[in-house]
Design a protein around this ligand. Structure first.
Ligand SMILES: NC(=O)c1ccc[n+]([C@@H]2O[C@H](COP(=O)([O-])OP(=O)(O)OC[C@H]3O[C@@H](n4cnc5c(N)ncnc54)[C@H](OP(=O)(O)O)[C@@H]3O)[C@@H](O)[C@H]2O)c1
Length: 319
């Protein structure tokens, strides 16, 4: 007599969620590791989040991922939060354990792992400019600061939001110098970028095509560029940076690594990261256009002295 294998369930909740490529990535990982697990995507409006989480727990699911607009809404619903989730002010991974819900944030660590993979990059002592002040900007900035970045400049279209993030960061990680700066005029980008080692685009500019948030001519050769957008794989920012010989990655590496960390929390096993990369690339190719390799291999970031950094920043318009 053959016995039916019980399938362990996980899913991503969001609203909208149809665009999510996480099922392709996770189901490929489960197949590769021989786990009888299944990952689905379910549309869950914010008002139904509590009920959906309780139902998943009651049905014996192992956990869920959360995407827009649920990451912040989940915070008060958790029995326990990891320090990363508390600092990020968001939950992107939930584990159900002994009837309790634990909220994790793997976005920030996923981002750091992606940069380590691509360039051997470690933020210790680095000067970072982050474009955007939403959820992704917060997760990435918190992780960069916790990993020892010397300074972070938050640049956002609506300056009030940049100030809120800057204050939250300063409270969370006191060692890093954090400033909120108004969105520069086109001619001011060059001066600002010359003071940085790493530029992170955490805005939705470039999503589904469209122009780069930064004038191409303003990107200095010694910068590194990380665009969190992964669809299209080659955003205008990544393309223009590479055309100038500047190392640039898109957000696919971050997406894979945040997923790999969730996989590890749920299964207790090492995630098959390469297989997840391949599955994501295939899903992107199916979904949209041709996909280029998401990683750009090059030399590790040299430690920089940063002399004159504060002096140069003085000329910028703090908000
Ligand atoms: N690779 C990954 O794993 C990963 C994970 C999470 C997010 N992401 C990507 O990161 C991006 C941000 O996501 P999020 O969750 O942080 O979104 P969010 O909370 O909605 O924040 C959006 C940000 O984009 C800015 N923005 C939107 N339109 C703009 C424009 N025309 N000009 C300048 N700034 C503009 C907003 O500025 P205002 O505050 O001024 O409106 C805000 O700072 C998205 O593209 C998302 O796909 C990638």
């Amino acid at each position: 007599m053959t016995r039916r294998r019980t399938v362990t369930r996980v899913a991503v909740f969001g609203d909208p969620v149809a665009h999510s490529l996480s099922p392709a990535m996770h189901n490929a990982a489960f197949r590769a590791t021989g786990l009888a697990w299944r990952y689905d995507k379910l549309r869950v409006p914010r008002s139904r989040l509590r009920a959906a989480l309780r139902r998943a727990r009651r049905k014996g699911w192992r956990g869920v991922n959360l995407t827009i607009p649920l990451k912040e809404a989940a915070l008060p619903l958790m029995d326990r939060l990891t320090p990363e989730a508390r600092r990020a002010g968001a939950v992107n991974t939930v584990t159900f354990e002994d009837g309790r819900m634990e909220g994790h944030s793997t976005d920030g660590e996923g981002f750091l792992r992606a940069l380590r993979d691509a360039w051997g990059f470690r933020p210790l002592g680095g000067r970072v400019i982050v474009l955007g002040a939403g959820g992704a900007a917060r997760s990435v900035s918190v992780a960069l600061a916790a990993a020892g970045a010397r300074s972070i400049v938050i640049v956002n279209r609506h300056p009030a939001r940049a100030r809120v993030l800057s204050r939250a960061l300063t409270r969370a990680v006191a060692r890093t110098a954090v400033r909120a700066v108004a969105w520069p005029a086109p001619e001011a980008w060059g001066r600002m970028l010359r003071c940085a080692d790493l530029l992170v685009n955490a805005t939705s500019v470039g999503l589904h095509g469209g122009p780069s948030p930064v004038p191409a001519g303003a990107i200095p050769r010694r910068l590194r560029v990380a665009d969190l957008v992964y669809n299209p794989a080659c955003t205008a920012l990544v393309r223009e940076a590479r055309a100038r010989g500047v190392p640039a990655v898109n957000g696919a590496g971050m997406l894979v690594h945040q997923g790999a960390l969730a996989f590890e929390r749920w299964t207790g096993r090492c995630a098959p990261v390469r297989i997840m990369h391949r599955a994501l690339a295939a899903a992107l190719a199916r979904n949209c256009r041709s996909v280029r390799a998401s990683q750009n291999r090059c030399q590790p970031l040299a430690q920089t002295s940063g002399l004159g950094y504060r002096k140069k920043l003085k000329g910028m318009h703090a908000v």
